[in-house]
Design a protein around this ligand. Structure first.
Ligand code: UDP
Length: 314
């Protein structure tokens, strides 16, 4: 396949680029480098099957030649990014999804949308199945991301129904691993950076809120399986092992053998109290399940933050 990955210089996009190149495909990464970083894809430039286009997907986009798949992964993805970049976040989910769908239609390519567990907002059911419609505050600070992604799903389904386009929607739950930015603002990179520097780990609220953390290689395998499937409705991909944020902080302190302590800071507005994917669809229809346990995944991520190079894609 010849695959376009928007946001391909970001955390997930760059791992996807590695994966598809490693499986003999051709990959074009498009990124405006607002939150993505060339360091994540620098190793790919010598590969003749790889090319890079610096462009903003919210404008008209042109890609010469055939495309078999368009994977729309461009978006700020950390709560501190939505706060700094609220309008670009809305634009890339709305206008960017429209442009990427238009390109996929023109090329008769499969379109994949990177959606998110944030479409469930602060969920009133736990775990969250794909059939749950969510509990989102549309005007809160996280609403710019949540509503952009909800709009993106609606737009993707409209193209599927109206233009009969082949589409895939992956609802990605909290994912971590090498290439997360040190100052990304999310819990795992914050805690690892703080623990390695011997600084206090900043747990927001009382730390009883839960998340379910998926290691990046598991996520990439799930996404690849979904792309190859014929499932046109959203599929949750995530690790159902649910933990409190305080447990995550304690585990990182232990694995880094840090002397850091935990300090409690105010809980951000609309921070979801619980989150856990129901992955029955991924298990039964894709035959996918996560394989990397939390400690193993955290060890690899800690090694990256300590300067170990990212291992080759599997
Ligand atoms: N969190 C925290 N300390 C930090 C960063 C995040 O306690 O330094 C909390 C945050 O409030 C949330 C959880 O960790 O409850 C996961 O936050 P993250 O930003 O990683 O992801 P999201 O909220 O998007 O799931």
């Amino acid at each position: 396949m010849r695959i376009l990955i928007t946001g391909g210089a970001g955390f997930l996009g760059s791992h996807l680029a590695d994966h598809f190149l490693g499986h003999g495909h051709k990959v074009i990464v498009m990124d405006n480098l607002i939150t993505g970083c060339l360091d994540n894809i620098a190793h790919l430039f010598p590969n003749p099957d790889f090319s890079f286009i610096k462009a903003d997907v919210t404008n008209f986009i042109h890609v010469p030649g055939r495309l078999d798949a368009v994977m729309h992964f461009a978006s700020p993805a950390s709560p501190i990014d939505y706060a700094l970049l609220p309008i670009p976040t809305l634009k890339v989910g709305a206008l960017g999804t429209h442009k990427a769908l238009g390109l996929a239609k023109d090329k008769k390519a499969v379109f994949m949308l990177a959606s998110t567990s944030e479409v469930y907002g602060d969920p009133l059911v736990n775990p969250q199945p794909e059939t749950y419609w969510g509990n989102v505050n549309p005007i809160g600070p996280r609403g710019v991301y949540d509503e952009a992604k909800r709009f993106a799903e609606a737009m993707t389904m409209a193209y599927h129904r109206y233009h009969r386009m082949p589409v895939r929607i992956v609802r990605i739950f909290n994912t971590y691993g090498p290439r997360m930015r040190r100052h990304d603002g999310r819990a795992v990179p914050n805690f690892i950076t703080q623990a390695l520097k011997g600084r206090p780990l900043t747990v927001y609220g009382d730390g009883s809120q839960t998340r379910s953390l998926c290691y990046v290689s598991d996520l990439v395998r799930g996404i690849s399986g979904l792309l190859e499937s014929e499932i046109t409705t959203p599929v949750n991909i995530g690790n159902p092992h649910e933990l409190t944020i305080k447990e995550v902080a304690r585990t990182i302190i232990r694995l880094t053998a840090s002397r850091s302590r935990i300090v409690f800071k105010p809980l951000p507005t609309d921070d979801p109290q619980v989150r856990r994917p129901d992955i029955r669809n991924a298990r039964t229809k894709l035959g996918w399940k996560p394989e990397v346990g939390l400690e193993e995944g955290l060890r690899r991520t800690i090694a990256y933050f300590q300067g170990t190079p990212v291992p080759p894609a599997s």
